[in-house]
Design a protein around this ligand. Structure first.
Ligand SMILES: CC(C)(COP(=O)(O)OP(=O)(O)OC[C@H]1O[C@@H](n2cnc3c(N)ncnc32)[C@H](O)[C@@H]1OP(=O)(O)O)[C@@H](O)C(=O)NCCC(=O)NCCS
Length: 151
């Protein structure tokens, strides 16, 4: 398996399709819902590719010189629990400049907070409520991780 930047139109489309399949389609949300979550900051798009197929992806934004938000992360259903998510976050950490300590934060679904905890993320106690998610019992809690050196 290879973890890399999504560069080509095809890779970006496959990333977009995977996010949709895993994160939003099961909740009955519109196909273009991702647009409403877009942030106007420099973006990093990573994909995990196995046998030519995109099986995992991560979208993050640089909010400032020392703060990154993981906006979305998704692993295809048949690859979950096989370290793809861990490797995507690991690649993100490896890629970022470490001249200064940086903070990575995310708004984790309650269903994935355990994953981020395993990776060393800590809850801030702040929650983000969104009616489209709340009706499915999904709350998003802010979690963060301080990166000081590549481990
Ligand atoms: C959450 C997600 C990205 C994790 O990726 P993954 O490849 O399945 O996770 P990994 O195999 O890398 O797991 C790393 C560790 O986290 C644990 N873990 C994974 N998902 C977990 C979850 N949902 N809850 C609790 N622990 C979890 C694993 O057991 C593993 O622990 P270990 O190191 O002790 O074995 C993936 O399962 C997914 O796409 N889920 C559905 C979409 C989603 O919830 N995305 C996040 C939105 S905020």
């Amino acid at each position: 398996m290879n973890i890399k930047h999504a560069v080509t139109e095809k890779e970006k489309n496959e990333l977009d399709q995977l996010l949709w399949n895993v994160l939003w389609k099961p909740l009955g949300l519109p196909r273009d819902i991702r647009q409403s979550f877009k942030l106007n900051y420099p973006q990093i798009e990573l994909i995990a590719v196995d046998s030519g197929n995109v099986v995992g992806c991560l979208v993050a934004n640089w909010l400032s010189d020392d703060e990154i938000e993981i906006r979305h992360i998704a692993v295809s259903f048949d690859y979950q629990g096989r370290s793809v998510g861990r490797r995507l976050v690991g690649k993100l950490i490896e890629l970022v400049e470490l001249n200064v300590p940086i903070t990575i934060h995310t708004y984790a679904r309650n269903t994935s907070a355990g994953f981020f905890s395993k990776l060393g993320f800590i809850p801030t106690g702040e929650y983000l409520e969104h009616p489209d998610f709340a009706k499915h019992g999904i709350a998003n809690q802010k979690m963060y991780c301080e990166i000081r050196e590549i481990t």
